[in-house]
Ligand binder design. Structure first.
Ligand code: NDP
Length: 328
């Protein structure tokens, strides 16, 4: 297939790009600048990859040119969306790029890329999470209940991020319902994503938000908020899920809670202590050890997509190895 992948410079997207190539697909990926595009192509030298520039996904018509290609695209994977907590303006910094980026690409495909049959969007567990009032079991039926008013006014940056993913995903399903495009949509809802780093990271200060939690754990940095969600997936498994989602017709029209399971901060600390004795001395002695009062159900992803998930140990060991290669 010929695939358009948005946000190819990201932590997750670079793994998706690698997995697409492993499966024999041809890829065009969007990046924000020529410089970022050249660095990315360098990582995939000799492979059937090229890039197009989309400077800001929040702008009207941002994807109008990127969706056009010769030969045309068969599938689109939309991963680009801001994941950070440096929020000054809830709408501009997180909500607009998430929601407008999602509706923008769907509109552009519908009007200018009729060859596209499959669209996969990287949503998040954030679009399911109800931290104050969790269900007994998280599965694909569950939605984050936040309202747009709350999203616009809250001063909790993590809540704004969760809202950005929720409203973006809702907008995608609404688009499919009202616009009845000729492509089918699949949405993936991963929780915290950890794993080795394939993308270009200029310095550890610019590390992606989820792997930064592991870096802080390794360095013994005190937390400035609650313990991170213990629900996780390895980035390599998530990348494969994206590719299976475009390849498997049964995935069409479905939402998938893609997760390996749970591991507390203490579980991760214990894995690091055992595998990296020299890092053990840095670990904080107040690592959170309690599991949340709900269960999680990943059975649909196993049954329909055929997912097999890496263990927490493999994920954390390979993340730490990778961070050390980057100088941690
Ligand atoms: P990264 O920050 O590594 O990647 C985000 C990507 O989106 C980058 O390519 C970035 O470009 C691009 N991007 C962000 N905002 C804009 C914008 N306004 N215009 C153009 N491009 C933009 O994050 P991840 O790889 O971790 O996240 C990728 C996706 O996965 C996101 O949709 C995120 O919500 C989702 N996700 C991530 C999880 C995690 O734990 N990591 C968990 C669940 C979901 P640039 O690099 O140039 O800034």
């Amino acid at each position: 297939m010929k695939v358009l992948l948005t946000g190819g410079t990201g932590f997750i997207a670079t793994h998706v790009l690698h997995e697409l190539l492993e499966h024999g697909h041809k890829v065009v990926t969007t990046v924000r600048s020529d410089e970022k595009g050249r660095i990315l192509l360098d990582l995939f030298k000799g492979k059937p990859v090229s890039y197009s520039i989309v400077g800001d996904i929040a702008l009207e018509g941002a994807f109008d040119e990127a969706v056009k290609s010769d030969p045309p695209f068969d599938a689109v994977i939309h991963t680009a969306s801001p994941f950070h907590y440096n929020v000054k303006d809830n709408k501009k910094d997180l909500l607009d790029p998430a929601v407008m980026g999602t509706t923008g690409i769907l509109k552009a495909i519908k009007s200018s890329a009729p060859s596209v049959k499959r669209v996969v969007i990287t949503s998040s567990f954030a679009a399911m999470a109800n931290p104050q009032n969790p269900p007994k079991v998280y599965n694909e039926e569950i939605w984050n209940q936040m309202t747009m008013d709350e999203a616009l006014t809250t001063t909790n940056a993590q809540a704004v991020y969760r809202a950005s993913k929720t409203f973006a995903e809702k907008a995608a399903w609404e688009f499919v319902k009202t616009e009845k495009p000729t492509f089918s949509l699949t949405v993936l809802n991963p929780p915290m994503v950890y794993g080795p780093i394939r993308h270009h990271v200029a310095s550890l200060a610019e590390l992606n938000t989820s792997n930064k939690l592991i870096l802080d754990l390794m360095l013994g940095k005190p937390r400035d908020g609650p313990a991170p969600s213990p629900i996780y997936i390895d980035v390599r498994d998530l990348a494969l899920a994206h590719v299976l989602a475009i390849e498997n017709p049964e995935a069409a029209g479905q939402r998938f809670f893609v997760t390996a399971g749970m591991g507390t901060e203490k579980d991760m600390g214990d894995i690091i202590r055992k595998a990296f004795p020299d890092v053990a001395k840095n670990l904080r002695d107040d690592l959170a050890d309690s599991l949340p009062p709900y269960a999680i159900d990943n059975s649909k992803s196993i049954k329909v997509l055929g997912m097999k998930y890496r263990s927490l140990e493999e994920t954390i060991v390979d993340t730490v190895k990778s961070l050390r290669e980057l100088g941690a």
